[in-house]
Design a protein around this ligand. Structure first.
Ligand SMILES: C[S@@+](CC[C@H](N)C(=O)[O-])C[C@H]1O[C@@H](n2cnc3c(N)ncnc32)[C@H](O)[C@@H]1O
Ligand code: SF4
Length: 299
């Protein structure tokens, strides 16, 4: 079912309470989520519920490739590492515990198949109740690493689990990986779509406040949880954690160090997602939206 306007939904009253300035941003996220939210979960939604249509869970910053225009700045990262599996699971649980539902979770990196605990992470995260039974869980890989049988079993065991195998010019194992998935019944697809040129992370564009607000509004950036930090934009988290841009508390929600209750965390997430007008990283970004310059993938 398609919802073209909130007036057509039973949730209209929730929107009326939202300040006009941010009405569109929240409505956009909410309506997209509703398109794929199963009816049993729709019922649980209140005006406090945060529905993330997409969430990127970044599990490492180690990669087998170094694509120059990588949205997550991989070639520039000095201190590459696998993030701690126990912390990843604990922090996902804390995030979802703040009345957050996710309809599509992407597990990525770096190259996620290089994380030694990827199977444990998938199994534990996908079982969380605000994800399980409803959401798509997809692992995104660059087609250079052949996973083992336990990985195949784990994805196959999920109600809606799959793998995106990117076919970049340097993805030398795509055939081997897809043959493995076919023989093990793992849902997958090979992707080769154009990339966006986000620009250089060291170039300030000199946008006015109005331009920044507009850029943030039209940008299709996806929220990310990475090494304890949440943001409405994955590139923003990477850029700050890897030392390319300064910290601004409004740009992030520090899940790892958040001391207050899950109700307080919900309010903090709500402010960041729906009241924050732009991130520091936007000042260094060309944005991810239709109309921006495209690049060949993997380049
Ligand atoms: C950063 S990668 C990490 C996972 C894995 N290493 C891979 O490349 O498939 C996650 C996704 O971002 C996409 N991506 C990377 N840089 C991009 C860009 N500049 N524009 C659009 N998508 C990009 C990749 O194609 C991939 O689907
Ligand atoms: S796009 Fe993927 S494969 Fe390429 S450098 Fe970035 S993380 Fe690595």
């Amino acid at each position: 079912m398609k919802y073209s306007t909130p007036k057509e939904t039973a949730y209209q009253k929730n929107f009326l309470e939202i300040e006009v300035d941010h009405y569109d941003l929240r409505r956009r996220e909410f309506l997209r989520a509703m398109e794929i939210f199963p009816p049993n979960m729709r019922k649980k939604i209140t005006d406090k519920t945060i529905v993330l249509r997409d969430l990127d869970l970044c599990i490492n910053s180690i990669c087998s490739l170094n694509c120059p225009h990588c949205v997550f700045l991989q070639p520039h990262i000095k201190n590459v590492r696998n993030f701690d599996a126990e912390m990843i699971v604990e922090e996902m649980d804390r995030l979802l515990g703040a009345n957050v539902y996710v309809t599509s979770l992407a597990i990525l990196g770096g190259e996620p198949l290089l994380h030694p605990n990827i199977v444990e992470i998938i199994d534990r995260v996908a079982a969380m109740k605000h994800i399980g039974h409803a959401a798509r869980v997809v692992v995104i890989t660059n087609g250079t690493v052949v996973p083992d049988k336990s990985f195949c079993e784990s994805i196959k065991g999920l109600p809606n689990g799959s793998v995106i195998v990117n076919d970049f010019p340097l993805s030398d194992k795509v055939d081997e990986i897809t043959a493995l998935f076919q023989s093990n019944g793992v849902k997958h697809r090979v992707a080769n779509k154009d990339w966006t040129n986000h620009g250089s992370i060291s170039e300030l564009h000199g946008y006015s406040d109005t331009e920044l607000k507009h850029l943030h509004f039209v940008c299709e950036a996806v929220s990310m949880l990475r090494d304890g930090l949440f943001s409405n934009c994955g590139r923003s988290v990477v850029a700050y954690q890897e030392g390319f841009i300064p910290y601004d508390a409004a740009d992030f929600v520090d899940i790892r160090n958040f001391q207050a209750s899950s109700e307080e965390l919900n309010k903090r997430l709500y402010d960041h997602l729906y009241r924050h007008k732009w991130n520091t990283s936007c000042k260094y970004c060309r944005g991810n939206y239709e109309g921006n310059e495209v690049l060949p993938m993997g380049g």
